[in-house]
Write a protein that binds this ligand. Structure first.
Ligand code: ATP
Ligand code: MG
Length: 357
């Protein structure tokens, strides 16, 4: 019997539905080529859910996601909902689904294809050949600690608590060693152990686990040093693992090395094989509905799903190779084209990728 997987599809807002449609088309080609079968279950998240269901994260969406093997998400948000109270904001739905599904490991690759070096703002010799992966802890640390505001004689005070439990560090660090093993076996653990107690625990846990992965070369680095080195000489990095806030900042910094946000995928993984896959970019309201959004980031997110949730490494490689070939042949959407007049639209880009597969 052939393998079959259920995928919850959350198109979301803005360009989300446009890029998702094309990623699903690519997945349908994978079905034919690999002899696997996918069933796609659509649901709402974000602004569209606020409008239809009165909440950014409907119960039905959560239930469908829990029943499925993986989630494919477009993007959420837009100016229409920007001034809503917190419980009616699209981003609240996104944070909620990550937390509810236990997606603690966020994988953000940043890679530079030879044919794309011109798109980066950095010097060619610096960015050519960059191929790194930032792994960010996604459900702990500063963003989830207790928040307080109070008045004193000297004015208002605010605090955010930064807590990490040993088990939270351990599971993300193990994930990182596993990922490093699939890549070039070099792992950089980033912290601020000269100042933060949570970072000293982080480092202790990393050092305890490291002997279990003797084939992976480990280095500790302070976050300020890492931020500088990422710009100075990014090719020294392969896999980078760090806590929530440092990872938020470093993964955005790393993505800008490539200068093409429309190309970068991401994965957010839970224990086991379950994961949520989405492009790094947002809903891009400025170009929504025009059919010109770059679908590559979402298509590459689908490839990550095949690799990390379904173990279909060969199919993942086939998609990635097809994307490389299409870009190498000079096909460009508007966001990465030097000659805007020759740019292709969302559907045409995806069709080229499908043809290359
Ligand atoms: P968010 O807050 O959701 O991250 P944002 O406004 O910070 O949203 P994006 O929605 O990613 O960021 O848009 C940033 C810029 O990049 C916009 O000008 C948008 O048009 C462009 N952009 C983003 N994604 C794509 C894409 N897939 N194809 C083409 N252009 C894109
Ligand atoms: Mg943004």
């Amino acid at each position: 019997m052939s393998q079959s997987f259920t995928i919850t599809v959350l198109p979301g807002d803005g360009i989300g539905p446009e890029v998702i449609e094309q990623a699903v088309n690519v997945m349908k080609v994978v079905e034919e080529l690999e002899g696997v079968s996918f069933s796609f279950e659509y649901a709402r998240l974000g602004g569209c859910a606020i409008d239809e269901d009165g909440t950014p994260l409907p119960q039905d969406t959560l239930e469908k996601a829990r029943r499925s093997d993986a989630v494919l998400l477009g993007a959420v948000g837009g100016p229409k909902w920007d001034n809503n109270p917190a419980h009616l904001r699209p981003e609240t739905g996104l944070l909620g689904i990550r937390k509810e599904l236990g997606l603690y490991a966020n994988l953000r690759p940043a890679f530079m294809l030879d044919c794309m070096v011109g798109v980066s703002a950095l010097r060619e010799e610096v960015v050519q050949g960059v191929d790194l992966m930032v792994i960010r802890e996604l459900t702990g640390g500063l963003y989830f600690g207790e928040k307080r505001r109070y008045e004193t004689e000297n004015g208002e005070v605010a605090s955010d608590e930064l807590i990490y439990h040993e088990y939270e560090i351990e599971r993300i660090v193990r994930r990182a060693f596993e990922v490093a093993r699939l890549r070039s076996k070099k792992l950089t653990s980033v912290d601020k152990a000269n100042v933060l107690e949570s970072s000293r625990l982080w480092r202790k846990v990393v050092d305890r686990i490291a002997p279990e992965y003797p084939d992976v070369e480990l280095r500790h680095q302070l976050v300020d040093s890492c931020a500088m080195e990422l710009i100075r000489w990014p090719k020294q990095f392969d896999t980078v693992v760090t806590e929530n806030m440092f990872g938020d900042i470093l993964s955005d910094e790393a993505s800008m090395l490539t200068g093409s946000i429309g190309m970068l995928p991401s994965a957010s993984l839970a224990d086991g094989n379950f994961g949520l896959y989405e492009p790094v970019h947002g809903s891009a309201p400025d170009i929504a509905g025009k059919g010109i959004a770059n679908p590559t980031a979402t298509i590459l997110s689908a490839a990550m799903m095949l690799r990390y949730s379904f173990g279909l490494e060969k199919a993942a490689n086939a998609i990635e190779q097809a994307v490389h070939n299409v870009l190498n042949s000079g096909v460009r959407t508007g966001d990465i084209a030097s000659n805007k007049e020759e740019a292709v639209g969302t559907k045409e880009m995806a069709d080229k990728i499908i043809a290359a597969m």
